[in-house]
Design a binder for this molecule. Structure first.
Ligand code: 5MY
Ligand code: ADP
Ligand code: MG
Ligand code: MG
Length: 363
């Protein structure tokens, strides 16, 4: 007993010293190193994750607690230098990225083709699909999810490509109910692409600049659910959202109210004293099914969903937004979830490779 305690203590000391010298990665890495082993731990390969992120994203995502845990698990994050050819850097096991622009997409596509052994998270064309507020929700609409746990849909919406003077007519023809939320069609990471407007009448929408999505506003008790997805893992948090619009307000108000970056300013509602009907999280089995389907249909592994519950119902949900590689730094326990995810990725790729039948040479 005493001996164990002493050994335990020594090991901790050694670990601390090694961590300072940045050597721990060598020791704990996952089984991709090959060799017989015979039950003994072997020195194995470090998982190298190249990242190409904005400085804002690097700061919010690559926090010391993530880097430290990653190092202990044998994961090394390496910044990608955008001024040098990608193929000259690394070698990487995984490439994590969130940068915009056609040129960057092309670089990534070329790299994926030249390096099929590297997992690029996620494929550029799959990301493009959720950069448009019309196509991002199409898969949710197609899924038409309805089971014993509830229904998941999207609010009715209309796309206005040009001519703002056509809006009142288009809204009437589509039979959209007021109030309407107007959102820029394309999400490109800019502050402008998150500038939303709430319109109480369709005529005032003529002052807005297309291309736009006009979406029916759904009362949801002022709370939304952020559903973070990291591979197979799902984590849900509550956020404050836009308040309900009453019938009275709708009949007395006119015009357009602009909201610069609503969602960014929204505080966590996890510790708030909320009406239980509003606060209750969407049923886990429903979210699991939704996440599984969307992972497959969207071809993404890193994204989140903004989901609202129609106020007054228990089980009618709407997805209003999908974001690629969102602010995981705000997701509780993200460092454990993310590092496990990265290790699993490499391990399953390795397993696949090692179980692949050896091809017989042609005679
Ligand atoms: O910066 P954060 O932590 O607010 O993350 C933003 C996300 O916030 P969330 O995690 O959903 O609360 C945010 O989600 P919302 O669209 O605000 O719901 C976006 O994903 C945003 O990326 P982009 O500006 O659309 O490229 C994300 O911005 P980037 O960090 O990717 O620049
Ligand atoms: N259809 C809607 N009904 C009710 N509230 C909405 C609707 N669409 C957006 N909102 C509110 O506006 C916020 C921002 O909209 P969202 O589509 O998530 O855009 P962003 O990409 O800028 O986060 C949401 O977090 C929610 O508070
Ligand atoms: Mg949002
Ligand atoms: Mg968004």
């Amino acid at each position: 007993m005493r001996l164990n305690e002493e050994i335990g203590c020594k090991e901790e000391e050694i670990e601390e010293e090694e961590e300072e010298e940045g050597m721990v990665a060598q020791k704990y890495s996952i089984g991709v190193g090959g060799g017989g082993g015979g039950g003994f731990p072997q020195p194995m390969k470090v998982v190298v994750v190249g990242y190409a992120l904005t400085s804002k994203k690097t700061k919010s995502f690559l926090q010391p607690k993530l880097e430290g845990l990653a190092r202990n698990k044998g994961i090394l994050f390496v910044a990608i230098d955008q001024n040098r050819p990608l193929s000259d850097q690394g070698p990487f096991d995984i490439v994590l990225h969130k940068l915009t622009g056609k040129e960057w997409r092309q670089i990534l596509e070329d790299y994926r083709r030249a390096h099929p052994e590297v997992t690029v998270l996620d494929p550029p064309d799959a990301i493009q699909h959720v950069h448009n507020r019309q196509s991002m929700l199409q898969d949710v609409a197609d899924l038409n999810l309805c089971d014993a746990y509830g229904t998941v849909g999207v609010p009715r919406q209309l796309v206005i490509k040009k001519d703002p003077s056509s809006i009142p007519d288009a809204v009437n023809r589509a039979g959209l109910m007021l109030p309407l939320v107007a959102k820029p069609l394309v999400v490109d990471g800019s502050a402008k692409s998150h500038e939303l407007s709430l319109a109480y009448d369709q005529y005032s929408l003529q002052i807005l600049e297309p291309p736009l999505v006009l979406q029916e506003f759904v009362n949801h008790g002022g709370v939304l659910f952020k559903v973070y997805i990291v591979g197979e893992a799902i984590k849900v948090v509550r956020r404050f959202s836009l308040p309900d619009v009453s019938k009275r307000e709708l009949s007395t108000n006119t015009g357009v109210f602009r909201f610069p970056r609503v969602s960014c300013a929204a505080a966590s509602a996890d510790d708030a004293d909320l009406d239980p009907m509003v606060a209750e999280l969407p049923p886990r089995p429903l979210l699991e099914r939704l996440a599984r389907e969307l992972r497959r249909r969207l071809g993404l592994r890193l994204f989140n969903l903004d989901i609202i519950r129609e106020h007054g119902t228990q089980d009618r949900f709407y997805v209003i937004d999908i974001n690629y590689f969102p602010g995981y730094g705000k997701m509780p326990g993200y460092e454990h979830i993310f590092t496990d995810f990265l290790l699993n990725l490499v391990q399953s790729k390795y397993n696949k490779r090692s179980t692949k039948p050896v091809e017989e040479p042609l005679r």
